[in-house]
Design a protein around this ligand. Structure first.
Ligand code: ATP
Ligand code: MG
Length: 384
């Protein structure tokens, strides 16, 4: 008896002509997740079966595969020869100790002497004889025991399903440039776009020496968490200290965040084009803080010349975002208390509903192009 893992995928089947492409990317992503662990991935009637691995690695492999976007459910299955006795030995291992169950057989091997209904009845009957704390319920069973008789003379026997993260394989929906801070929201925003199949590069702005190295390490760690889901990523780091100093010196301080956001967006757009990213992604959520009003988003968005800005958290409450941050494993890192560049020179009364004319007037006090070029020249890139 050998352990195998059955992987069932989600929406991929919807993609008609693109199906081959989606499946190829999906398999590549599973291969990346399992890198360094011996295994073989085989496609079998609309799902994948992973075999040939050391059974001691089963939990580790399931843990990694669960987080691959596109994975709908997984099962750890026992592979046995297709004989009723061997199948029943495996069923005993996955069967519940009590409660209701049903046996659900799929028979690809049409030469097997019993049909699937007869196998259900035979195996179910043997299980009832063995354990009188079990009863059969074919409509709403507490447990389902799956049996797949494959064409090659072996069968897979499995118990309850394990949920995967769902979504679409990363690499099937283009590439985005995520503006990542050290906060809770932006890593979740990146996760959500990766879940829809988007590859990510990240850009982070810091104000060293006003912000410290720990703040930057925190962002690197967040990018690492994200990379687990997005099949790797790249972190670009840009210094905006001088921009902030210039705004502080020359402009109405209440416009600090409003103006800084416009610089961030311009730099992010320039980098996105250089890297072939097709959109910008932010962690903004409508009304969450002063800079995230519709007027604030209009002001920061208006400097982006021709890329869409995706804000996947726009309609979420903070507690929904926190739940997602916890689930993806970023929360404990995000809440570490280091300064973000936006907290440097923070105005006491930031403008909440900036008017475009006022924003442009404040910005006209700066040499925007020179500041952009200078900030861009501080660009560092780290492969995560
Ligand atoms: P987060 O939790 O992502 O920091 P936030 O609620 O603190 O979000 P803001 O500080 O207003 O919100 O930032 C809004 C968005 O702007 C962030 O989600 C992020 O996409 C981007 N952003 C803010 N600060 C930075 C930064 N230092 N580097 C890169 N992007 C940033
Ligand atoms: Mg923040």
């Amino acid at each position: 008896m050998e352990n195998v893992i059955i992987v069932r995928y989600c929406e991929i089947h919807l993609k008609g002509n693109n199906r081959g492409f989606f499946e190829r990317v999906f398999v590549e992503n599973m291969e990346k997740a399992l890198k360094g662990l011996k295994h073989e991935i085989r496609k079998q009637s609309g799902r994948y079966v992973i075999e040939g691995f050391n059974s001691q690695n089963t939990d580790l492999m399931v843990g990694k595969l669960k987080n691959v976007f596109g994975v709908h459910t997984l099962s750890v299955a026992m592979k046995v020869n297709s004989s009723l006795d061997e199948i029943f030995e495996a069923v005993k291992l996955v069967a519940p100790l009590s409660g209701t169950f049903k046996v659900d057989t799929h028979r690809a091997d049409k030469k097997f002497p019993l049909n699937s209904m007869q196998i259900n009845a035979e195996i179910g009957g043997r299980l009832l004889d063995l354990n009188n704390a079990l009863t059969v319920d074919v409509h709403t069973p507490q447990s389902i025991i799956g049996i797949d008789l494959r064409e090659n003379g072996t069968s897979l026997v499995f118990g309850n399903l394990i949920n995967g993260v769902g979504g679409m394989p990363v690499g099937t929906a283009g590439k985005g440039m995520l503006l990542i801070s050290g906060g809770i929201d932006s890593p979740v925003a990146g996760y959500m776009m990766a879940k829809r199949g988007m590859k990510l590069e990240c850009i982070h702005f810091h104000s060293y020496p006003y912000t410290n190295m720990q703040a930057r390490e925190k962002v690197e760690e967040l990018a690492k968490v994200l990379a687990e889901y997005s099949c790797g990523t790249v972190l670009h780091v840009v210094k905006v200290t001088h921009i902030q100093e210039e705004i502080h010196k020359k402009c109405n301080g209440d416009y600090m965040v409003t103006l800084l956001r416009r610089f961030m967006m311009r730099i992010a757009e320039r980098l996105a084009k250089k890297c072939g990213a097709q959109c910008l992604i932010t962690g903004e959520s409508l009304g969450q803080v002063a800079s995230q009003t519709i007027e604030g988003m209009t002001s920061s968005g208006s400097v982006v010349e021709n890329l869409p800005i995706l804000r996947p958290l726009c309609g979420f409450d903070k507690n929904e975002i926190i739940a997602r941050s916890r689930a993806m494993g970023a929360y404990d890192i995000s809440i570490r208390p280091y300064e973000d560049c936006c907290t440097v020179f923070l105005p006491r009364h930031p403008v909440i509903h900036p008017k475009m004319a006022d924003v442009l007037e404040e910005e006209s006090k700066l040499d925007v192009q020179a500041l952009l070029d200078e900030a861009f020249s501080t660009l560092e890139t780290i492969k995560i």
